[in-house]
Write a protein that binds this ligand. Structure first.
Ligand code: ZN
Ligand code: ZN
Length: 341
């Protein structure tokens, strides 16, 4: 077992739901997009390399939803595990601190927190994690990386200050922002540049790329753990068309599926914020990621989720996952059988 967790949904069990599904309408979508199935496939050599580099690494979905109250999903949050330790937390949407506990993760093991942007469904639980850590054993400093601010949103630094700084809403936690005043110190790093990368420690490096999410400063994240690469689109409509190359050949690519088809939402505010399913399919195809996870599911996109999953399954058999809370996806590859290749 890769990950020791109190609660974890097997990804393979869910994945089988989609294998073998053949839909004429979905195939027509794929054909209509001019997708060449062979272009998506990863060579056996790459899979072999992957089998070595991603051993012991998994992606767990803590929250697979957006901001809706009645979608039955925790808001967006992801956890990267390595060797039974939760190492990187990506986004901390509403409810994610509860799911963190459910996963069996230990906050003392977290090496860094990455925020895609500061909408509540991605950032609201940050103070809950800090307060919750009081009851744990963390004694190493923590850096939270996220976007810089603009007229609409605070920077990540300003956000942290507004929450747990000396004049913050939860100033009773401000000892965590002052050097030497508590068991560890939380600092924020607001990323100003369009492209940013740094080494978190010997095993983990991170890279961000600015993405378009309407007026909201937003980042896509790439996390490399011992050469195993996970990419997170965050919320974006990929207006610059840069996501696929950013995620090229990633071991896992998490794409947000917040809206349904182009026709119904064409010209709406939603398409200024989010990718359409057609874009998601095209990015999945162009990126050639070894696994694709569809997440940030909202009620309006839930209806088309099976169809989208099936569409991507045509070009990536057995390697597409419709996210569910607590789903845990090992990134080490079992060699695909001949039919699925
Ligand atoms: Zn969102
Ligand atoms: Zn958002």
């Amino acid at each position: 077992m890769l990950v020791t967790s109190k609660k974890s949904i097997s990804a393979s069990a869910i994945r089988t739901r989609f294998i073998g599904i053949k839909s004429i309408s979905i195939r027509s979508i794929v054909i209509g997009l001019g997708l060449c199935t062979s272009a998506f496939f990863v060579s056996a050599e790459q899979i072999q390399d992957n089998a070595i580099t991603c051993e012991g690494v998994s992606l767990q979905i803590l929250g697979s939803g957006g901001p809706e109250l009645d979608d039955g999903r925790t808001s967006t949050s992801y956890l990267l595990w390595q060797d039974d330790k939760a190492k990187v937390l990506v986004d901390v949407g509403s409810g994610s601190s509860v799911q963190f506990g459910e996963s069996g993760a230990d906050f003392a093991d977290i090496d860094t927190i990455l925020l895609s942007h500061l909408h509540t469904d991605h950032a609201a639980d940050l103070p809950s994690f800090i307060k919750g850590s009081y009851f744990g054993s963390r004694d190493t400093n923590l850096t939270v990386y996220g976007p810089s601010g603009n007229d609409v949103m605070p920077s990540t630094q300003a956000y942290l200050d507004a929450l747990i700084g000396k004049d913050g809403a939860f100033k009773y936690l401000s000892s965590y922002t002052q050097e030497g005043e508590d068991d560890y110190q939380v600092t924020a790093h607001s990323i100003v540049d369009n492209a940013f990368s740094t080494q978190v420690n010997d095993a983990i490096s991170i890279e961000s790329m600015s993405v378009y999410h309407g007026p909201i400063p937003a980042l896509a994240w790439k996390v490399t753990i011992d050469e195993c690469v996970a990419v997170f689109s965050g919320d974006t409509n990929d207006a610059d068309g840069t996501l696929a190359s950013f995620a090229k050949l990633a071991d896992v690519l998490v794409l947000h599926n917040a809206i349904e088809d182009m026709e119904r939402h064409s010209g709406s505010a939603a398409t200024n914020l989010h990718m359409t399913p057609k874009q998601v399919i095209q990015i999945a195809k162009d990126a050639e990621a070894k696994r694709v996870v569809l997440s940030h599911i909202m009620k309006r996109s839930e209806a088309g989720l099976d169809a989208l999953t099936e569409a991507i399954a045509v070009i990536a058999p057995g390697r597409v996952f419709a996210a569910q809370d607590l789903m845990n996806i090992p990134l080490v590859s079992d060699l695909p059988n001949e039919e699925s290749r």
